[in-house]
Design a protein around this ligand. Structure first.
Ligand SMILES: [Zn+2]
Length: 190
């Protein structure tokens, strides 16, 4: 699979709740492989961005699966950790705002409030339960991706915040968007 298999808004599937994975079949393993391929393909098409993670709904498979890159600093490292049926068991720390983008929302970035620390429980590809405590950027990624499994996209958290929306310019810098003209009644987004 490639970046062209990633669905984007206004595709309504992005606001649907995904189903729990039962048995981890060969079909499920193929979906996981496709998610990783699509993320790397997307990243290779973008000059200033890293494809850090993906949820299965983003390749139009409504299953509760998330993949997260093992190394955000090194684009050559194409390895991922797989989280099947992930849930956040505890939110901790302060709530902080920071920028987020999404492979399924073209060119728009937002300043989204998230908890700085979360505890996550999931299954690995062999069906074994494991737990992770994440802080900072990784905590933000988990909240963003697990939202996807519940049919929530990051813009839904900042819908009414006129100062929260940005566009990535060709020079790689974020420019504030005009909320009234470009966001509030944008039929692609809502
Ligand atoms: Zn996303």
């Amino acid at each position: 699979m490639t970046k062209d298999d990633i669905i984007t808004l206004p595709n309504p599937h992005l606001r649907k709740r995904s189903q729990k994975v039962g048995l981890i079949t060969d079909d499920v393993k193929t979906i996981i492989k496709d998610m990783q391929g699509a993320t790397i393909s997307w990243e290779e098409s973008r000059a200033h961005e890293v494809g850090v993670a993906l949820a299965a709904v983003q390749i139009d498979s409504l299953l509760r699966i998330v993949v997260i890159r093992n190394n955000f600093e090194n684009k050559e490292d194409h390895t991922f950790t797989v989280f099947i049926n992930p849930i956040i068991t505890k939110y901790e720390g302060a709530i902080e705002e920071d920028y987020e983008g999404c492979l399924s929302i073209k060119d728009i970035y937002g300043k989204v409030p998230r908890h700085t620390k979360v505890k996550v429980k999931a299954l690995d590809v062999k069906g074994r339960e494991f737990r992770v405590t994440a802080e900072g950027f990784l905590a933000r990624i988990f909240q963003h991706e697990i939202d996807h499994t519940n049919g929530i996209v990051f813009i839904d958290h900042i819908k009414n915040n006129a100062d929260a929306f940005f566009r990535l310019g060709e020079d790689g810098k974020l420019e504030q968007l005009n909320y009234d003209k470009e966001i509030r009644e944008n039929s692609i987004l809502w």
